[in-house]
Design a protein around this ligand. Structure first.
Ligand code: GAL
Length: 455
């Protein structure tokens, strides 16, 4: 008896989150669209980066990806059939502005108009990310995020998007995970454009911080009744031990991974105290920059998958901190080698909600890649269902404890191109056979569908 009632108590229902809670799925242009050179589309840094040998798992690329460009109706209808009411997708800058700036592409604009209109026809609310990592290559050829001119380029792009789609789209996110595209793309060189070192990293950080606010201001000015956010990657950081050195290493990692981009936007300036090398950002800044980095976002998109255990390391330059790999810790991991650790989501919602100026938090990405078992042609992805349920319990706990969380988007709708890892890690609620492009709802998709439609 006791067991049964416990089970019932812990069962999750969408009702627990309140009638206004936003449920959706998230995607990104380069990961799903394909049609990389249709009409006048320009190349993006991901087109170029993934065409070079050795950059991507098995030298794969997003040339076709999920063929969403041609199959968007099928996918949106599938979403509709699953009761998904909110669809987050990003716009491809080089599809809209083939030369990065200047003459817009008629076909590019038409394409996104068609998607938006079809979503609305299906009763699905579009949530647009302006920038999910696919910078036009022509702009990268002039330095990309390292060149201060990106402030003008980005503004022009944001104006075009607001002008073209702002009459029907009210929910916007300016950037997707600036820490990842600057860190992986301009410091470690493992993502496009494959640049390395501080001389690329620090200016790209500073310019991304400014563009975050520039995009916000453009949208505020041009889109009536806009709900404007921006998104951050974040992970709970736990010190490897209670030794002082590990505790301060964890603090530095937290500053770098979780605080660097949000704090300037809240008017707190850069969190420079813990990591001396960050002070060099100041040398790049013009007098008005601190003020111009501030923007009052309506919501902050928290994107969490895992936590990191961090210890002191003399050998890691600048940060002097090292992540203890989950693969070495004897914990449950996903195909990305990320630890499954649901409280991390609670703790990150708490950390971001704790800033008095953050009005609300929406979990704009959470999900997991597993080896999905196929049994009798059904996709029995029990691990993903367990993952989603356990992380959602943490969102529920956050809500019950009065934290300002008001939505949740699963990463992601269909299996897709997972950046440097290619098509190997599958995060989708819907399976894609990449040979035939056939879609099949996984058990987790049925589960999510039942869950969000149950209230
Ligand atoms: C995020 C990113 C997504 C997706 C996801 C899973 O960092 O925004 O595009 O790749 O991770 O790895």
């Amino acid at each position: 008896m006791l067991n049964l009632s416990n089970e019932k108590d812990s069962r999750l229902s969408a009702e627990d989150f309140g009638a206004n809670f936003i449920w959706g799925v998230s995607t990104a242009a380069y990961q799903i669209e394909g049609a990389h050179n249709i009409h006048d589309k320009g190349k993006s840094i991901w087109d170029v980066f993934s065409s070079k040998k050795g950059n991507i798992y098995q030298n794969q690329n997003g040339t076709v990806a999920c063929d969403f460009y041609y199959r968007y109706k099928e996918d949106i209808l599938l979403m509709k059939s699953m009761g998904i009411k909110n669809f987050r997708f990003s716009l491809s800058w080089s599809r809209l502005l083939p030369s990065g700036v200047g003459k817009p592409s008629k076909e590019g604009i038409q394409y996104y108009n068609d998607i938006i209109d079809f979503c609305l026809e299906c009763g699905i609310t579009p949530w647009i990310t302006l920038y999910h990592w696919d910078l036009p290559q022509v702009l990268e050829d002039q330095g990309g995020w390292v060149n201060r001119k990106i402030l003008e380029w980005f503004k022009e792009y944001a104006v075009l998007c607001a002008q073209s789609f702002g009459d029907r789209v009210k929910n916007w996110m300016v950037l997707n995970e600036p820490m990842v595209f600057t860190g992986a793309g301009y410091f470690l060189g493992v993502h496009a454009p494959g640049k390395k070192g501080l001389k690329h990293f620090l200016p790209s950080v500073h310019h991304a911080v400014l563009c975050q606010a520039i995009g916000g201001r453009v949208l505020r000015e041009m889109v009536s009744k806009a709900n404007i956010g921006t998104t951050f990657s974040c992970s709970q950081i736990t010190p490897n031990s209670q030794k002082k050195k590990d505790i301060s290493a964890a603090k530095r990692a937290d500053t770098m991974l979780n605080r660097l981009f949000i704090e300037p936007s809240l008017g707190m300036g850069y969190p420079l105290g813990d990591i001396p090398v960050l002070k060099k950002i100041k040398e790049l800044a013009e007098p008005e920059d601190e003020q111009n980095s501030i923007f009052e976002f309506d919501f902050i998109g928290v994107q969490n998958y895992t936590r990191e255990i961090v210890k002191h390391s003399f050998w890691v330059p600048y940060l002097k901190a090292k992540i203890v790999k989950a693969t070495k810790r004897n914990v449950k991991i996903t195909l990305m080698d990320w630890e499954v650790y649901p409280p991390s989501l609670y703790n990150m919602i708490a950390q971001f909600s704790a800033y008095p100026k953050v009005k609300k938090v929406i979990v704009t990405e959470n999900g997991a890649a597993f080896n999905d078992a196929v049994v009798d042609s059904k996709i029995k992805d029990v691990e993903r269902i367990a993952y989603l349920e356990d992380y959602l319990k943490e969102v529920k706990r956050a809500k019950e404890n009065g934290l300002k969380v008001e939505g949740y988007f699963v990463w992601t709708f269909t299996d897709n191109f997972e950046w440097a890892e290619g098509y190997y890690p599958k995060f989708g609620l819907v399976h894609v056979d990449f040979k035939t492009q056939k879609r099949k709802i996984k058990d987790s998709g049925f589960w999510y569908s039942r869950f969000i439609t149950s209230s």
